[in-house]
Design a protein around this ligand. Structure first.
Ligand code: CU
Length: 359
């Protein structure tokens, strides 16, 4: 379900969707605004937070922190993150292992960041279980510095379980997923802002044991921010502290679901599990052309609703349908963030009529 199709007729590009939004008066976008240069004055990350060099970017000239000035970089080309929601794991006991890695990702066209991962992807893999399940968890640190993990779905002593694991070591603990919801997991090693801001987060969904949701085409989206620290470098701590991201993204890369839309059939029930991994921006998740029939936000069931407000670390589930063939953009309706890459598209049916706006 929900596998990503190759490009086909009827698909629109980033420029097109920006054009559509511009034409509708929703945004006033220029490349200068998209890649607005941040204020690079002030102390470097290590000075501000007292970290060792392991947590801070190299001392690049400040203009290299502007993505527009990034020199060419020979890194691995972006692969679309599969947004299909995996089914819940079978059985009631699960061995879950997450390997920590550190590697380059193309986060926007031609722009590379050295991110730290759970499971070799950013965000980390979606873990989908059922209320009451027992999870035997193992973290394997194949990075070059200490890392750790904090599961919001667990009720557990942090100073026992969420401990730093040295590079080359592993650590295990068990927990029971006692309560249903869309939960965050993230690295909790200091400075947490930098570890979360450099890719170390993911979604853990706990289905309710009783009263399951009706069948739907299900997707998982993690919104997060990226703070460019120079081509091929880790994120910039000054930008993280100022909450001035260069990109705001769904599932780790700017605009990837504009290039590879998520698919649905007309009038089909679609369900999106959304996590706002932040680390610092709120999400206002909205699908243009649709109304959410049912929303779940941190235990509160509601709807009909046009937008769900999701604080950093929070999750939501939205059910809706898109009634006719067409291209339905999804965004954070905090539009200063949407134009930084938090835009994707649902392609419904054959995508509907060719748009007059540049397709
Ligand atoms: Cu970490």
């Amino acid at each position: 379900m929900g596998s990503l199709r190759p490009k086909q007729q009827g698909q629109v590009g980033v420029a097109t969707i920006f054009s559509l939004l511009l034409a509708s008066g929703m945004i006033a976008w220029t490349s200068a605004a998209l890649y607005a240069r941040s204020d690079d004055g002030g102390a470097r990350a290590a000075d501000v937070v007292g970290t060792s060099a392991e947590g801070a970017a190299q001392a690049d000239p400040s203009d290299l922190l502007n993505p527009e000035n990034a020199p060419p970089f020979d890194g691995p080309k972006h692969k679309t993150y599969d947004a299909s929601m995996p089914p819940p794991m079978k059985g009631t006991e699960h061995e879950v292992t997450l390997e920590v890695t550190e590697k380059e990702f193309e986060v926007a066209e031609g722009k590379f960041m050295n991110l730290w991962t759970f499971g070799d992807t950013v965000p980390g893999p979606v873990i989908h279980v059922t209320q009451g399940d027992l999870i035997h968890f193992k973290i394997v640190n194949n990075g070059t510095m200490s890392h750790s993990i904090d599961f919001h779905a667990a009720e557990i002593a942090p100073n026992r379980a969420y401990v730093d694991v040295q590079a080359g070591d592993s650590f295990t603990f068990d927990f029971v997923a006692t309560k249903p919801g869309v939960f965050m997991y993230h690295c909790a090693t200091a400075p947490v802002l930098h570890h979360m801001g450099n890719g170390m987060y993911g979604m853990l969904v706990v289905d309710p044991k009783d009263d399951p949701l009706p069948p739907a085409r299900e997707y998982a989206l993690v919104q997060s921010e990226l703070y460019f620290g120079g081509q091929g470098e880790i994120s910039d701590m000054n930008k993280l502290l100022a909450a001035t991201p260069d990109w705001v993204v769904f599932n780790g890369a700017a605009n990837q679901y504009v290039d590879d839309p998520l698919i649905a059939d007309p009038a089909e029930r679609v369900r999106v599990y959304i996590l706002n991994a932040g680390p610092s921006k709120w999400s206002a998740f909205h699908v243009i052309g649709a109304i959410f029939d049912r929303t779940w936000q941190e235990g509160i069931v509601g709807g009909p609703a046009q937008t769900v407000s999701i604080a950093p670390s929070q999750g939501a589930i939205v059910d809706f349908s898109m009634e006719e063939d067409g291209m339905y953009p999804f965004v954070t309706h905090a539009f200063a963030d949407a134009v930084k890459g938090a835009i994707g598209i649902f392609m419904v049916g054959d995508g509907g009529p060719a748009s007059g706006h540049g397709s």
